[in-house]
Design a binder for this molecule. Structure first.
Ligand code: XMP
Length: 421
């Protein structure tokens, strides 16, 4: 990393990553380190320009190694309890970083991509690297970075578990396989997943089956490939900080594709592990990935599987997929993409009586959900304009097979969760 850096030493505060984010917003790179980091480790950081010790009034038993004060860069002790709202504190922080430490504001995605490409070329050399490419933001950006760095040494495996949104597997194949020319193994494992899930009604059991089957399919594909030494993962900074530095635990890698058997040993490549989510998106933009990939809304790992509540059936899954595509299309047309945090449809496992073509019809209801949130812990409802709701309803009733009602879920979180299961 060639960029100037401010180290934040974690003395038990919840706000460390907020400070790192704030400093990065000034254009200066910043990272959080555990309290027991040594003077030697700090001195080994070539572009370290300053150190912030950040604690919490309520945590008094965590201290740093005495000799770190001899590192030779400016120090400050900072208390950031909710300082985000205290303008004075934010100004203090800015002036420490820019005036006291004189850090250069050269943290940007062009430099990041340049540095990562160099680092990955060095790390991978002439060996081969494997990536589980889900098509989500993180794995897509990792793929684009690897293609740029060591394109001919990369193999991507895209496992289609049959629970993806309409057009997603096709987009992965078209962007990575065709446009970017990656070596892409596309595995349509729909039948395998749906057979395993047949009749399973418990949501946690469904999640477990999908997770375990994903590892199994990926493992089978990995075994077919020869001479792979590295496994690339889309681990991002919040994964590391949250499982990481607090209360003196060392920063450790967080394994997305955990659960691979011991004899499949890979060294990890995690180029996004120092980026926040918005930086991952900026990196994707920098690499030229399409907007609908870079700004894609959150989508659960078990996919449409948790939006087809109770036992998943192929026809209901298809109806969820089609209605979700209509909802997304209409939100796009109404200019709501990127403005609403998450929106989707789901179909509960219940039928109701209706009337179609002058005859009694017993069909499913589609539920529309559209929420806004900051951290997904609580959520509010997006007030969808009535005309738009009516248009979406009309399209779903006319275009989606097996559906005779459309409902709009206006429950905030709490009491409802965002997903229904
Ligand atoms: P809930 O339903 O708990 O959802 O309010 C909060 C956020 O998490 C997503 N979600 C999941 N993501 N695996 C995931 O990767 C899951 O099993 C899962 N369940 C929920 C959900 O879409 C929302 O963004």
């Amino acid at each position: 990393m060639k960029q100037d850096m401010i180290a934040i030493i974690d003395l038990g505060s919840e706000e460390n990553s907020a400070i790192a984010r704030e400093i990065r917003a000034y254009g200066v790179y910043s990272e959080v380190y555990p309290h027991d980091i040594s003077k030697k480790e700090l001195q080994a950081m070539p572009n370290l320009r300053g150190i912030i010790l950040n604690g919490d009034k309520n945590v008094t038993d965590i201290d740093v190694n005495d000799d770190i004060y001899e590192v030779g860069v400016p120090f400050t002790a900072y208390e950031f309890p909710k300082a985000k709202c205290e303008q004075g504190k934010v100004e203090d922080l800015k002036s420490f970083v820019l005036d006291v430490c004189k850090a250069e504001t050269n943290w940007n995605m062009t430099n990041f991509v340049h540095d990562q490409v160099e680092l990955m070329r060095k790390q991978i050399g002439d060996k081969r690297v494997l990536l589980a490419l889900s098509g989500g933001v993180d794995s897509s950006v990792v793929a684009a970075l690897l293609i740029k760095a060591v394109g001919d040494k990369l193999t991507c495996v895209h496992v289609n578990h049959g629970l993806l949104r309409k057009g997603e597997p096709e987009q992965v194949v078209s962007v990575f396989g065709k446009q970017l020319g990656a070596d892409l193994v596309y595995v349509d494992a729909t039948d395998r997943f749906l057979d395993k899930l047949a009749g399973v009604t418990d949501p946690e059991q469904k999640r477990k089956i999908i997770g375990a089957e994903f590892i199994r399919v990926f493992e089978e594909e990995a075994r077919k490939l020869d001479g792979i030494d590295f496994l690339a993962q889309g681990t991002i900074y919040p994964d590391i900080v949250e499982s990481g530095t607090k209360a003196g635990k060392a920063v450790k890698a967080h394994h997305n594709v955990g659960g691979l058997p011991d004899d499949l040993k890979f060294e990890l490549v995690e180029p996004l592990k120092y980026l926040f989510k918005d930086e991952v998106r900026a990196c994707g933009k920098e690499l030229g990935l399409p907007d609908n990939m870079v700004y894609r809304q959150p989508f659960p790992g078990p996919g449409l599987g948790v939006r087809c509540t109770g036992a998943i059936t192929r026809d209901r899954l298809e109806a969820v997929r089609e209605s979700d595509a209509i909802l997304r299309e209409e939100f796009d047309k109404a200019g709501l993409r990127g403005k609403v945090w998450q929106y989707f449809t789901l179909i509960p496992d219940v039928k109701s009586v209706g009337v179609r073509d002058n005859a009694r019809s017993v069909e499913w209801p589609v539920v529309i959900r559209a929420v806004n949130t900051v951290d997904a812990m609580t959520a509010t409802i997006e007030p969808i304009p009535y005309e738009l709701l009516a248009k979406i309803t009309d399209r779903i009733l006319n275009e989606v097979k097996g559906v005779n009602r459309v409902l709009y879920d206006i429950t905030p979180k709490p009491t409802g969760t965002i997903e229904w299961e």
